[in-house]
Structures are given as structure tokens and as C-alpha cells.
Design a protein around this ligand. Structure first.
Ligand code: ADP
Ligand code: 5GP
Length: 231
């Protein structure tokens, strides 16, 4: 499955076993609070890497090339896609969005967990590629009325764009079953704690820890040496 990309270096104490990094995917209908939760998660987990996507959409006020996204022309995006430089890519809201492959590989090789802010198509493709190392979380608003209020409060979009995002929300919600977890973002702190708890639990999964087998074998040898068992 994901062996060549697997990180084997995450180790926090003597009894923390080498494990592969988690590819942690957050998706949501636009305005539900995914970027807010991602920011809080990166503050709380400073060792976590983040995948900066490429996009053909125009840069928004307050955004910086290379920070929120790598802003590319359609020609450049297509050329990179043709060279297989994206781990996944998709059309979203009439533009192209893609996850650059090389930085993700590097972060995983360095032993980092990696956060992805991609839509359902990205979540699906990453899961197809990396399987069990991918954890997919879908953040949903408590109601569509509240979603609209948040989009207006955020004050980054025109009325036309807000209406477009509201129309898209219903379609995006229909992809809820393509995720491992669905978390309602009603109370922000409560939602954030759930997301962080999921990350912590997923890091502990036996299947992510190839180093465990050596430890268990050593304990079995120890049992033999202590006369508790025979070969
Ligand atoms: P997304 O990344 O999903 O498009 P944002 O993180 O930009 O959404 O959040 C949209 C708006 O809603 C922002 O103004 C944010 O501060 C606000 N927001 C996020 N979570 C909550 C919450 N639980 N309660 C109230 N407002 C929230
Ligand atoms: P925005 O333009 O509002 O930042 O993002 C629009 C949508 O594109 C969001 O749902 C976001 O998750 C998604 N998106 C951002 N980057 C990627 C990517 O690299 N791949 C995919 N598939 N979706 C992305």
C-alpha cells in the first residue's frame, strides 16, 4: 500500500514505537469552520506538517502565495499535473486544486504527520493512494442557517459567492459517508477537542507501528529466559 511514503521516525519516548505518519484530512462545506480548526490544530501540534495546495483560483485579499496556496496559471497547473507532480488533484468551484507530491513525501519521510485541507475528491484520492495511513474527518455545521451566518460574518465573499457556496453545501454534505469521522462544529472548542482526540487515538493504532513486533518478540524471549515459557 503506502510503504514508500511511510514515515518510520515518529518517536516521543523510549516506549513510543516507530510509526508511520498520519495523513490527516479535514474537509467541510465552505464556511463550516475547517480552516479555523486546522489553524488551532497546527498551533496545538507544532510538529505537524501541512500540505500547501496549488490552485488556479485568483488570490484573495490577505492571502500570500506559498502560504495559503501556490497560485498557478491553468497552463502551469496542467503541466505539473502531466508531470505527475500532484498526489491528487480535482476541479472545485470551477478551478483546479492539487496536492503537491514532493513536500508530502518529504514530511512523511521526516517523520511528521501531515494535515490536508482538501475536498471530498481529494479525500477519496488520498485514501485510494495511501489507504490506512489516511484519516478523513468531515466537519459539518450545526445547521445551514448557521452556515450562512458564518459565511456572512467571515466577510470574505460577495453575496453571489455566498449564495453559490450555500447551494454547494447540500451537495458537499452528501459526501459525508466518504469520511472516517463526522464532527459537528457547534461549539468551536468542543469540536476542536474532538478532532485532536481523533488525531491522538489514530497515532496510537497498532497498524501504524511496525516497531511493535520487535518489542513483543523481545518480551517473548524475556519470558523464555525467565522460565515462564518454552520455545
Ligand atoms: P471554512 O474553512 O470551513 O470555510 P472558516 O474556518 O473560515 O470556514 O470559518 C468560517 C467562519 O465561521 C469564520 O469567520 C470563523 O471564525 C467562524 N467559525 C468557525 N467555527 C465557528 C463556531 N464553532 N462557532 C461560530 N463561528 C465559527
Ligand atoms: P478555497 O478556494 O475556498 O480555499 O477552497 C475551496 C475548496 O477546495 C475547499 O473545499 C478545499 O478543501 C478544496 N481544496 C483545497 N486544496 C485542495 C487540493 O489540493 N485538492 C482538492 N481536491 N481540494 C482542495
Amino acid at each position: 500500500m503506502a510503504a514508500p511514503m511511510a514515515a518510520m521516525a515518529v518517536r516521543e519516548s523510549e516506549y513510543e514505537f516507530d510509526r508511520r505518519g498520519v495523513l490527516f484530512v479535514l474537509s467541510s462545506p465552505s464556511g463550516a469552520g475547517k480552516s479555523t480548526i486546522a489553524r488551532k490544530l497546527l498551533e496545538a501540534e507544532p510538529g505537524m506538517g501541512v500540505s500547501v495546495s496549488a490552485t488556479t483560483r485568483p488570490i484573495r485579499a490577505g492571502e500570500q502565495d506559498g502560504r495559503e496556496y501556490h497560485f498557478l496559471s491553468t497552463e502551469e497547473f496542467k503541466a505539473r499535473a502531466a508531470r505527475h507532480e500532484f498526489l491528487e488533484w480535482a476541479h472545485v468551484f470551477n478551478y483546479r486544486y492539487g496536492t503537491p507530491r514532493a513536500p508530502v513525501k518529504q514530511m512523511l519521510a521526516d517523520g511528521q504527520d501531515v494535515l490536508f485541507d482538501v475536498d471530498w475528491q481529494g479525500a477519496q484520492q488520498l485514501f485510494q493512494l495511501e489507504g490506512g495511513d489516511v484519516v478523513r474527518i468531515f466537519i459539518v455545521p450545526p445547521s445551514l442557517t448557521e452556515l450562512e451566518r458564518r459565511l456572512r460574518d467571515r466577510a470574505t465573499d460577495s453575496e453571489e459567492v455566498i449564495q453559490f457556496r450555500m447551494k454547494r453545501a447540500e451537495r458537499e454534505l452528501s459526501h459525508w459517508d466518504g469520511y472516517d469521522y463526522v464532527v459537528v462544529n457547534d461549539d468551536l472548542d468542543g469540536c476542536f477537542e474532538k478532532v485532536r482526540t481523533i488525531l491522538k487515538a489514530e497515532r496510537e493504532k497498532r497498524s501504524r507501528k511496525p516497531g511493535l513486533i520487535g518489542f513483543i518478540r523481545e518480551r517473548q524471549e524475556e519470558a523464555i529466559a525467565m522460565g515462564l515459557a518454552t520455545r
